[in-house]
Design a protein around this ligand. Structure first.
Ligand code: OKP
Ligand code: ZN
Length: 343
């Protein structure tokens, strides 16, 4: 399997985030992508290519233009106010406030275009965000051109980013852009299978009213876990999209026996939908030793995820999302891919 990777992710570094009452070093470390990259080389997964630059036309079909225009300007606006460190919001337009009027000042804009304080921006962030987007579209191109599968080693991840907001370490929704690109380049139906521990709220929102992209999420129950405010089983899509959004929330402590039941059910629904291509939002934060997660998957379980996805027998794009146990992220993520190839 070919991998697409960009070293430009490294500019998105040392960003701070708000966790449990403290501003702390972010969990979404540069070393995450480096460990995955090293493991790909160690096992000889296949050729590793750099991304081709892509314009943001496809992204603009799923994200709001004003949001895409704002993202590259954040760092300069932050610096212009005499700030340094990490640009972070501290106020958000929740119920009872105006969510339809973007303010002028940077602190208001950061809150308007986000849903948490997990998306710090540093000097190199935009370049990394854009490179992650390019990685996803370049890998999608490989699948369109006939590869059975490809791996987009994206960093930062994307699945929490909605049409008009960042959050949860995510800025541009790489998997959603790739899915839209497949739709615009010949695919009639696309399925997104999100196996990250956290609910992919952004992906769900983006495609919620559409029948041409099926979105399936396996994740920690939002009654217990971030992102808390989306991801319930009764969210099944709206309008034309009704029935094309599927959520499998699972409780803290979920192990392979339980998790794989959801995967099995999800794969059945995916086959019934009969997509032309599958986009896998590949998070490995379901791992038992993940520092911010509470599922119990073991290293030996990750190849089985890949094997099951391979049985779908469909062109498949894997897009890297979460996974914060950095010492094991390479083995776990690449095990999904080698499991896929061995099946
Ligand atoms: C992004 B992805 C840690 C706070 C967690 C955000 C988690 C974002 C996960 N105690 N804050 O889905 O892996
Ligand atoms: Zn996650």
């Amino acid at each position: 399997m070919k991998t697409v990777f960009s070293p430009r992710h490294r500019g998105h570094a040392d960003q701070l985030e708000l966790v449990a009452g403290a501003i702390v070093p972010g969990y979404e470390l540069t070393s995450r992508a480096e460990y995955v990259f090293a493991r790909i080389k160690a096992v000889g997964l296949g050729t590793i290519l750099g991304p081709e630059p892509h314009d943001l036309m496809t992204a603009a079909r799923i994200h709001r233009q004003d949001y895409l225009d704002f993202l590259p300007t954040i760092w300069d606006r932050w610096i212009a106010e005499g700030r340094d460190g990490t640009a972070l919001p501290f106020t958000w337009p929740t119920r009872g406030l105006r969510g339809d009027v973007p303010p002028e000042f940077i602190d208001g804009l950061l809150g308007y275009y986000s849903f948490d304080a997990g998306c710090g921006i540093v000097e190199g962030s935009w370049d990394a965000i854009k490179s992650s987007h390019d990685v996803a579209l370049t890998a999608a191109g490989l699948v369109k051109d006939g590869e059975r599968a490809a791996f987009a080693l994206c960093r930062p991840p994307g699945h929490h980013a909605g049409a008009g907001f960042m959050g949860g370490y995510c800025y541009i929704n790489n998997a959603a852009v790739a899915a839209q690109w497949f739709r615009d380049n010949g695919a009639k139906r696309v399925s997104i299978l999100d196996v990250d521990y956290h609910h992919g709220n952004g992906t769900q929102e983006i495609f919620y009213s559409r029948a041409d992209v099926q979105v399936i999420n396996l994740h920690a129950d939002p009654m217990q876990e971030y992102p808390y405010f989306l991801g319930h089983a009764n969210e099944r899509g709206a309008g034309e999209g009704e029935g094309y959004n599927l959520n499998y929330p699972m409780r803290f402590g979920t192990d392979w026996a339980r998790w794989s039941q959801s995967l099995e059910d999800a794969c059945g629904k995916l086959v019934t939908y009969n997509p032309d291509v599958v986009v896998v939002s590949l998070g490995v934060d379901t791992f038992e030793k993940d520092p911010i997660s509470k599922f119990k998957l073991k290293t030996e379980d990750f190849p089985k995820i890949g094997e099951r996805i391979a049985q779908l027998n469909l062109p498949t794009l894997f897009v890297m999302e979460g996974g914060y146990a950095v010492a094991e992220i390479g083995v776990n993520a690449v095990s999904v891919l080698t499991g896929f190839e061995g099946a």
